[in-house]
Design a protein around this ligand. Structure first.
Ligand code: GLA
Length: 439
């Protein structure tokens, strides 16, 4: 008996010691690796439905993602944005809103997983989310455990109601909690670029928002004021976001992406009584630029009412391949001539994506003179060689068009001339090509 008590005592003591030696829950843990080697692709409820979400809508969206071929094209995350939270239970664990999601979050995750999809969820580093549901502040470990238990694969973590909080500290705390919870979860930082996350978040999250909230507007929306003379909130346009996101290219790479916000392709919105919408040309330009900038591709339109034009834009495999290129280098703007922008993105195997975006109010006809488009990119240590290499050029938006080359054979043997080509770029539209060196 005595021996047994002694043994028990020893076991208790070594258990206590082991506990004491275990890392405290607040110790830094690495972020999950391997979940965002290329920019994440999926759909989110916010841009179209805001907080008006429920189980039927999400299941119908999941079914549409499968039937429309979006899952096959790579859009695997189905992300619930703000509006899913219910109350916390007596111990502080978060519950889903059972009126909106009667079967519960775990069952929704099972539904998605069975269809090749992954579940994304949303919370906030502050006391409340931006739409005033419960925030995760003070509940980070509990929430991470809950998400892991439900089978969540993605967390977008917002920055409302965070008075006096330190951004790096708050996001690092949730990163640790997600790691500790044991399920790989992609961590999407959303503090709108106000604390320059590109400077500190490479080891914290897998992407960080670089701007305020997007709206379905191509060109900047005019500023307006309320009766007290205060500036009213307005959505950011595609062109404004591009200007903010482009200079941040050095910070992006596999596992850590600049996030210029979710897509507005196929979407429209009324803000403050003003109706916003984009033409198919503007949608195409928006989508192309997000791919050129290696941005996360998170759709934001109603998939149960999609037009063939919208579907053609978001499922263009060659454009998606530009976004998802394994090198993971964000594209660069080579020049902007009176609103006609020339963009390049280095791709694997010596390829380049090249696009011209026309932001002007009229169509433009330009000459693609390759000798005036030579790129020498210090960041990627890649340069084009239009003088010495022939590239085969494929038109990404017109894959049926015959590819052409950047050089033509001269009269004498072994002589090549750099070619030029005239193209028309419609207003608020793009031409986009993939250049492949001819061996
Ligand atoms: C913030 C985010 C948006 C969206 C809303 C939800 O504004 O930037 O993307 O998540 O909150 O309330």
């Amino acid at each position: 008996m005595k021996k047994a008590i002694l043994l028990l005592g020893a076991a208790f003591l070594s258990g206590t010691l082991a506990l004491a030696q275990r890392p405290r829950p607040t110790a830094d843990l690495p972020k999950w690796e391997g979940v965002a080697d290329t920019p994440q692709m999926g759909w989110s409820s916010w841009n179209c439905f805001m907080t008006e979400i429920n189980e039927d809508l999400i299941k119908a969206t999941a079914d549409a993602m499968v039937e429309l071929g979006l899952v096959d094209a790579g859009y695997v995350y189905l992300n619930l944005d703000d509006g899913w939270h219910g109350e916390r239970d007596a111990s502080g664990f978060v519950l889903e809103d059972r009126e909106k999601f009667p079967s519960g979050m775990k069952s929704l995750a099972d539904y998605l997983h069975a269809r090749g999809l992954k579940l994304g969820i949303y919370s906030d580093a502050g006391d409340f989310t931006c739409a005033c549901y419960t925030g995760s502040r003070g509940h980070e470990y509990q929430d991470a455990i809950t998400y892991a238990h439900w089978g969540v694969d993605y967390l977008k973590y917002d920055w409302c109601f965070t008075t006096n909080a330190n951004a790096k500290g708050s996001y690092t705390l949730m990163r640790n909690a997600l790691r500790k919870a044991g399920r790989p979860i992609l961590f999407s930082i959303c503090e709108w670029g106000v604390n320059k996350p590109w400077e500190w978040a490479q080891d914290v999250g897998h992407s960080w928002r670089t701007t305020g909230d997007i709206g379905p507007a191509f060109a900047p929306v005019p500023v307006s004021y309320d009766e007290q003379g205060r500036r009213k909130w307005k959505p950011m346009s595609v062109l404004e976001i591009i200007d903010i996101n482009e200079p941040l290219r050095e910070y992006a790479g596999p596992g850590h992406w600049n996030d210029p916000d979710m897509l507005e392709v196929g979407n429209s919105a009324t803000v403050d009584g003003i109706f916003y919408d984009m033409t198919d040309s503007e949608d195409r330009a928006h989508f192309t630029m997000w791919c050129m900038m290696a941005a996360p591709l998170i759709l934001g339109n109603d998939l149960t009412k999609i037009t063939p034009e919208t579907l053609a834009i978001i499922t263009n495999r060659e454009m998606i391949a530009v976004d998802q290129d394994p090198l993971g280098i964000q594209g660069l703007r080579l020049k902007n001539e009176d609103g006609v922008q020339y963009w390049f993105k280095p791709l694997a195997d010596g390829d380049w994506a090249f696009c011209v975006m026309n932001t002007r109010e009229e169509d433009v006809t330009i000459t693609l003179d390759w000798s005036a488009l030579e790129v020498n990119d210090a960041l990627s240590k890649r340069r084009t060689d239009f003088a010495g290499t022939t590239y085969s050029v494929r038109d990404i938006w017109h894959p049926e068009a015959k590819p052409f080359t950047t050089r033509t054979k001269g009269r004498r043997k072994g002589q090549f001339n750099v070619a030029a080509r005239t193209v028309t770029v419609p207003t608020h539209d793009v031409v986009a090509y993939r250049l492949t060196p001819v061996k």
